[in-house]
Design a protein around this ligand. Structure first.
Ligand code: BGC
Length: 889
């Protein structure tokens, strides 16, 4: 028996900024029917002084054990040990560590310093944005360094370097957050990078998302500013703190302009070689920084992993298009940018234009809207300095598969000199899936790519167009996300920001962080819909992220800490829903006792992107909101009820009894109101949309006596639609599960295998390498539409695939009980699914051979499983590996 995966706040050896961390671990054993019987945690500092000894706790618990020891000190490394016993008498012990960051505001001894250079006027268009700035601090260390940490952040985005070398490979620090309320600082272990004598700390700062937030607050400044402190512990035991204090120097960067949406303009002729190394002679272009009284209250330690390059793709093919463009095809839609080796004559402007698709003739096709600020292709321009150079952009990323190269003679473009760097927030992989159907495997791969490429600092809708933290997208997708990667810490930070941006009425904005063009869009919606509630306009299915995301994290990972952390925010959102259902009624014919429990007024995005309504999914008769209106009639009451239901569950789990009684009662009233007001006595009130049937059936909202009737209506709507789906963002995740629920998995397979649009396999058949935003994305002539080719929302189909083909279903929160029951159709002969549950790896591998069905399962320690085989036999097991062979019926 052994202990693995020791985690603090769901992260391996993190830096933490909170005084009450929580601990988790996994117990592994080759024996059968093993479970933990007791544990003991000890926490000590590096000198061996004990801070906490939990004593022996007789408990199976191994998730989210909260620290209850002495007050932890700032900026200290702590070692923790967990010792566990299992029910067979085996004992194991394992250790790990965590490090505290800066707990108290008065421990910040540094001050904000800013660039002395004037800002450009804010303007649209490539090359018109702010120039990046270099900051340099020369320091002298008198003794041998034993331990050194830098705590750093900026207004903008920064790259930190020590003595001419990047501190690490991270990109886009300090991350995309709601800056005025929540600005992350990063902790760097720079022990090995510093030396006795002269050292230089450099910070290269570009704009990034920062000015996007300032779009709301016109008085806020876009200027680059930095803050850091270096803590050094010398070999003799003494310490020194070196801080930003106004003595730093600053110069203009070769990044002449950078903007997340249009790209970067770089002039290699004005590079300052060696600027961040000792011995560099600063010339007159280096100016003194300006001291600023900027806020320190918003500083938060970043605990989750940074954005990192996770893979590098070579050019698959060099193409010359009909229009004569030189195009590099990397074979895969990604989020990232080009890394290139370049040597052209001085002053040559090399252009890199980034695209996700080619048009029907094979020319580059820009999917961005032309009428928006970002309606220009994503690009980089590199101005050469005549010497062999290596370039990778700094402060922007792009969604792309193809890159058009300009400024170099096509014959001179050597594909070896170009690589595509994939960027994503680093996360641990938790799942894998493979089966005998290559097309389904490709669909799974496409979802994985869409997930990785859309988890870049925040969960985004798409990396090419909006790059925004759309709430509805992650509300629907977070379950699938958790089935693929450990996104707990990543989503915890995002939820922290959701709390920051939650309005005073409890409303949740359409994106988190709420910045860029969205506050304006919110105001426009409010103007169009005067019946919108107070505060920012919040939509069903989107704002519900406030409840769905934390609840799903708890449900899939057993992490109860996230429910405690979000409880107030969840409650405020739920109360907002309840209040607006009750108070905002206009001319309804329904009696009061029904109407007050139906959330059906105000603006909502509805199901969003239903294919039968319009091809690109949102525009109907020139009105982008018409589809929203028609389908929000059912999405709002159903998602409102679902939020109240999850809130009641949460209150119960956290033993908030009065809240539980209140929300539980409301839940049943809302359910009744849906049955009377939205379904009707004989189902006559149900709007005739596939999604309405799906949601009502999936969520068990249909009274027993009408179930068959509603199920028939769902299958009839599929038949009418030639077994193509006709659901949008909010109903697609539940389509196949609803069919499974009504006993029609045969239809679920039929819809999954459908190749005609709209369907998942239409995308696969058309060479998709990620999940598309819209089910069509091309018109009849195979001309692409102006849509994103990389939106994870429809990748939620994997949940059904993991259960029905992969054979693993969670039966109780955190996978404490697991059902192993593959339900393949005749065409699938083999599958293997593996998933690291919070208790360890659960896997299921099955095959059909010579009339027999073979299944191998692995059940994690501390969990219970039920295995159901095609011959109908059922087997209950504890942990361990089991092999089954039965007749294949
Ligand atoms: C985004 C979506 C988002 C939607 C809401 C789009 O522009 O890309 O993913 O959820 O707007 O209406």
């Amino acid at each position: 028996m052994r202990l693995t995966n020791l985690r603090v706040n769901a992260v391996d050896r993190p830096y933490i900024g909170e005084r009450k961390p929580f601990f988790s671990w996994i117990m592994e054993s080759e024996d059968k029917d093993v479970c933990q019987t007791d544990y003991q945690i000890t926490v000590m500092d590096e000198s061996g002084e004990i801070y906490w000894d939990s004593g022996v706790v007789n408990s199976e618990a191994s998730l989210c054990i909260e620290y209850e020891g002495r007050k932890l000190k700032s900026c200290y490394n702590y070692l923790w040990t967990v010792k566990c016993r299992d029910n067979k008498g085996n004992v194991a012990r394992e250790k790990s560590s965590f490090e505290t960051a800066i707990f108290e505001k008065n421990e910040w001894k540094s001050i904000w310093v800013a660039s002395p250079f004037p800002l450009k006027e804010r303007a649209d268009g490539f090359g018109n944005q702010q120039r990046a700035v270099l900051f340099r601090k020369k320091i002298h260390l008198s003794k041998k360094v034993q331990m050194a940490r830098i705590y750093a952040t900026c207004h903008g985005l920064y790259q930190l370097s020590i003595n001419g070398k990047r501190a690490d490979e991270r990109e886009f620090a300090p991350e995309h957050t709601s800056y005025d309320k929540y600005l992350c600082y990063q902790v760097y272990d720079v022990t090995k990078k510093l030396r006795k004598g002269e050292n230089v700390i450099g910070m290269h700062v570009g704009s990034g998302w920062y000015p996007e937030r300032n779009k709301i607050d016109k008085s806020a400044s876009d200027e680059a500013a930095i803050l850091f402190q270096l803590l050094v512990r010398y070999a003799d035991g003494s310490t020194e703190l070196i801080v930003t204090d106004g003595t730093e120097k600053s110069a203009l960067s070769p990044v002449l302009s950078s903007y997340l949406f249009t790209g970067e303009l770089y002039d290699a002729r004005v590079e300052k070689t060696g600027w961040d190394s000792p011995g560099y002679d600063i010339g007159s272009e280096w100016k003194s920084v300006v001291i600023k009284p900027y806020d320190m209250d918003n500083l938060v330690c970043q605990t989750d992993a940074p954005v990192m390059p996770y893979s590098v793709l070579p050019v698959k093919e060099k193409l010359i298009s009909l229009n004569g463009e030189t195009i590099l095809d990397f074979g895969q839609v990604i989020a990232g940018r080009i890394r290139m080796d370049i040597c052209q004559s001085e002053g040559t402007k090399v252009g890199l234009e980034y695209f996700e698709v080619l048009d029907k003739e094979g020319n580059c096709f820009d999917t961005l809207f032309t009428n928006t600020e970002n309606g220009q292709c994503q690009r980089e321009v590199y101005i050469c300095n005549g010497i062999p150079s290596h370039y990778e952009g700094h402060f922007a990323f792009y969604g792309f598969r193809y890159v058009k190269v300009t400024g170099i003679n096509p014959k001179d473009i050597n594909i070896q000199n170009f690589l595509a760097v994939c960027l994503s927030s680093q996360k641990e992989n938790t799942g894998s899936f493979i089966c005998s159907d290559e097309k389904i495997n490709r669909l799974y791969e496409n979802t994985r790519w869409s997930q990785t490429t859309n988890m870049l600092s925040v969960p985004t809708d798409c990396p090419q167009r909006e790059k925004a933290g759309w709430t509805g997208d992650i509300a629907m997708y977070c379950r699938t996300a958790l089935e693929n990667e450990d996104v707990t810490a990543f989503l915890t930070r995002w939820l922290d920001n959701l709390r920051c941006d939650q309005g005073k009425y409890g409303e949740i904005p359409m994106t988190v962080p709420y910045d860029g063009a969205y506050p304006q869009r919110g105001a426009m919606i409010k103007a169009l819909y005067p019946n919108s509630p107070d505060g920012e306009s919040a939509s069903a299915g989107w704002g519900d992220a406030a409840v769905i995301v934390p609840y799903t994290i708890y449900e899939r990972t057993g992490n109860i800490a996230i429910l405690k952390r979000q409880y107030l925010s969840m409650k405020c959102w739920t109360d907002y829903v309840v209040k607006n259902a009750k108070e905002r009624r206009e001319g309804s014919s329904l009696p009061d006792e029904i109407e007050q429990y139906l959330w059906n007024t105000g603006f909502h995005f509805g199901e969003w992107l239903i294919p039968s309504q319009s091809k690109e999914g949102y525009n109907l008769d020139g009105n982008p909101f018409k589809i929203c209106e028609t389908t929000s009639v059912y999405t709002a009451p159903i998602f409102g009820w679902n939020t109240v239901r999850l809130m009641a569950q949460t209150a119960k789990l956290l033993k908030e009894n009065a809240d539980y009684v209140y929300y539980n009662d409301l839940e049943s009233k809302m359910k009744k109101a849906i049955q009377q007001g939205l379904i009707g006595e004989n189902g006559e009130r149900i709007p005739d949309y596939m999604g309405a049937y799906v949601l009502l059936l999936y969520f068990d909202l249909v009274p027993q006596r009408l179930k068959e009737n509603v199920a028939l209506r769902l299958t009839a709507s599929l038949e009418k639609n030639n077994y193509c789906l006709d659901t949008g963002f909010l109903a697609t995740p539940y389509l196949l599960p609803a069919l499974e629920k009504i006993g029609r998995n045969d239809l679920a397979y039929r819809v999954l295998r459908q190749k005609k649009a709209p369907s998942w396999m239409y995308e696969v058949e058309h060479g998709a390498t990620t999940i598309w935003e819209s089910w069509y994305s091309f018109d009849e002539d195979m001309q692409p539409l102006k849509l994103s080719f990389n939106h994870y929302a429809y990748g939620t189909v994997d949940d059904w695939i993991f259960e029905n083909i992969g054979g693993i279903t969670m039966l109780s929160p955190g996978y404490k009980e697991i059902l192993f029951r593959p339900q393949p159709d005749q065409n699938i002969k083999y599958a293997k699914r593996s998933y690291r549950t919070p208790y360890g790896i659960a896997s299921c591998e099955w095959k059909k051979e010579n009339g027999c069905f073979f299944m191998d399962i692995c059940v994690p320690v501390g969990t219970k499983a039920t295995a159901v085989l095609p011959d109908g036999s059922t087997h209950m097991t504890g942990s361990g590996s089991y092999h089954f062979k039965v007749q294949d019926i």
